[in-house]
Design a protein around this ligand. Structure first.
Ligand code: ZN
Length: 249
């Protein structure tokens, strides 16, 4: 069996512009996310791509050989070309898995696939987050206790304006009182999508062992189950059927 081919996409802007973020993530947030996936899925081929590369590192050739794509974006959502967003959407519909992280809820690709505004309530106040497992039998929750905590995260709250998830894996409580559907699954076409809320750039969230485990579990869950290229075929009637259904027979 071929190894799972994973591309970790990061917009790589905060790390370049904000010294505090660069200090937490010297290899970029994408570097830390990739390291976490490699740790839990050592057989996977994990590479990274960033906004600044030609075609944002997501050429048609590269996407054609990508099984699962993870997406972290924030400040640069508008800089992602429509052409690349459409290309990613097409691959998801064919069967490529997509893991959307944190502020990626407002990315072009997530909004396209959800068809809603993907809005939410937010506050950067360094509050404690407790992530509860809603569905202990789900493969994305494997190895995770009933709940786990992050000492500080950006608070996200409901309403989260997305279609009702096909499966709910995590729901979060924040110190300030909010709750948020923090781990949600959808299927679009032949592809699997997981949204996972933690990951604000000023906290070391992507070094947390539970977070890394959930992302790796999600990557494994979202792997393609076959490839389906939707060609809208015109299925001609068989000669036999045509003969039987023709008038006068
Ligand atoms: Zn954030």
């Amino acid at each position: 069996m071929n190894p799972l081919r994973v591309v970790v996409w990061g917009e790589n802007i905060h790390e370049q512009q904000d010294a505090a973020v660069a200090a937490i993530y010297p290899q970029g947030m994408h570097g830390a996310i990739a390291e976490g996936i490699r740790g839990f899925l050592p057989a996977a081929e994990v590479s990274t791509a960033t906004l600044q590369e030609p075609e944002h590192g997501l050429s048609a050739e590269r996407l054609a050989t990508t099984d699962v794509l993870t997406w972290w974006g924030h400040r640069g959502h508008a800089e992602v070309s429509d052409e690349v967003a459409e290309r990613v959407q097409r691959r998801v519909l064919e069967g490529m898995g997509l893991i959307v992280l944190h502020s990626g809820h407002y990315s072009k690709i997530f909004k396209r696939l959800m068809g809603t505004t993907c809005s939410l309530t937010w506050r950067v106040a360094g509050e404690r987050e407790r992530l509860w497992v809603c569905n202990p039998g789900h493969p994305i929750a494997e190895g995770i206790d009933r709940n786990f905590e992050l000492p500080q995260e950006e608070t996200y709250g409901e309403p989260f304006v997305v279609p009702t998830p096909d499966e709910q894996v995590f729901i979060s409580w924040f110190e300030g009182g909010e709750v948020f559907r923090s781990g949600c699954c959808w299927r679009r076409g032949n592809g699997r999508i997981f949204y996972f809320q933690p990951g604000h750039e000023i906290y070391p969230t992507y070094f947390d062992r539970n977070i890394r485990r959930v992302i790796a579990n999600a990557v494994a869950w979202a792997r393609p189950h076959g490839r389906w290229v939707d060609s809208c075929p015109n299925a001609k009637i068989s000669p036999e059927r045509a003969r039987l259904s023709s008038p006068g027979v």
